[in-house]
Design a protein around this ligand. Structure first.
Ligand code: SF4
Length: 71
């Protein structure tokens, strides 16, 4: 995800990666809100094992050190 105005300085990415100012900052705000929600959840002691979709993806490379049983 890149700001469209950076395309000249940071070329070579997919056209879809370059976003206008409004969309770029909207996505930043969404990520910030999600991060804050997860942080609140963890601070409250909720560290349940709930990988997205209910199962650990086969591409997860950190499963050998993950302290939860692989779903
Ligand atoms: S193995 Fe652990 S780190 Fe990997 S997806 Fe599952 S819960 Fe997440």
């Amino acid at each position: 995800m890149l700001r469209a105005e950076a395309e000249e300085d940071v070329p070579g990415f997919s056209e879809r990666d370059y976003l206008g100012e409004e969309e770029f900052w909207a996505r930043i705000e969404t990520a910030r809100e999600r991060g804050a929600t997860y942080a609140r959840r963890i601070r409250s002691g909720d560290v349940r094992h709930d990988p997205k979709g209910g199962e650990c993806p086969v591409w997860c490379d950190v499963w050998p050190m993950c302290r939860v049983r692989r779903a």
